[in-house]
Design a protein around this ligand. Structure first.
Ligand SMILES: [Zn+2]
Length: 282
């Protein structure tokens, strides 16, 4: 498998829009902040579609009052949306918040029970109770993404096995079957820090294997750590949980390197039967 420079791998001036699928509001900046800055410098339109992070459901307490369900890591979604809008404005990227409920809040339409007990579960396919959501997400993204001219779709690959990331990756593959050119990004910081998340040894090759994809090319994009840290710095509510502090953020960004230079890595793939469906737009 070859390693190539992302900067020269695509005719950026011919691409009408780069669409980055961001399962949660910080994922695009965390994983693709270097790419977002790169596109801004080239005046290539970038649309970030943030999929989850809607207001959590409310439940009625015994005294009749309504309260918001708050599971682990809860931060007021209004604050998170403000952080995201500020970050994307700073980078001249458009952003859409779809506001689907996070995996940990989704309930079975059949039993009304919570579908996933944890955000990270080792499964090959989404739970059957979640398939209605997966289908709805596909239809919404197809409507949003496939009428925008020549696009490059950039999707998480699901390193760290977060339920929501994996679902987005699977939906992105279905979009690629409908003539969208697709690149996978590495879910950051899970790709560099295995103690964040489920602590399992996971990486790009195992994530691609779970999606039944073979790597065709690994694309590298050198990043300015200072510029990417500045973009991620807009998500102040997330820094302590992910990196402890700003120094931890810089160290994590610095640690992901190619030939001594901090980089982001993107993966072009084909399915394991050898069909490379996502090439026709290049
Ligand atoms: Zn996420």
């Amino acid at each position: 498998m070859k390693t190539v420079a992302l900067a020269t791998a695509y005719p950026w001036y011919d691409i009408e829009r780069v669409i980055i699928l961001s399962p949660h509001m910080d994922d695009a900046a965390l994983s693709c902040g270097g790419l977002i800055n790169f596109l801004n410098e080239r005046q290539t339109s970038c649309l970030v579609i943030s999929i989850y992070g809607g207001n959590p459901p409310t439940v009625r307490s015994k005294d009749g009052s309504l309260r918001t369900l708050q599971r682990k890591g809860y931060v007021n979604p209004r604050l998170r949306r403000r952080e995201d809008v500020a970050a994307m404005r700073a980078a001249n990227a458009d952003v859409v918040h779809l506001g689907f409920a996070d995996g940990i809040y989704r309930r079975s339409p059949l039993s009304n029970q919570i579908i996933y007990r944890q955000a990270r579960e080792r499964w090959v396919a989404p739970r059957v109770d979640d398939l209605g959501h997966v289908e709805e997400l596909f239809l919404v993204l197809r409507q949003l993404c496939l009428g925008l001219g020549r696009i490059l779709l950039v999707s998480p690959m699901g390193i760290g096995q977060h339920v929501d990331h994996t679902i987005v990756a699977r939906v992105a593959l279905r979009l690629a079957e409908q003539r969208a050119s697709l690149l996978f990004y590495e879910d950051f910081p899970y790709v560099v820090n295995r103690s964040v998340g489920n602590g399992g040894a996971d990486g790009p090759l195992s994530a691609l294997q779970r999606l039944a994809r073979d790597p065709v090319a690994r694309m590298v994009l050198p990043v300015s750590v200072a510029a990417k840290a500045s973009l991620i710095g807009h998500y102040q509510s997330q820094i302590p949980a992910l990196f402890e502090d700003s120094a931890g953020l810089h160290a994590a960004l610095q640690s992901h390197q190619h030939e001594g230079t901090p980089c982001e890595f993107y993966w072009k793939t084909r399915d394991i039967r050898g069909t490379q469906r996502d090439e026709e737009n290049e």
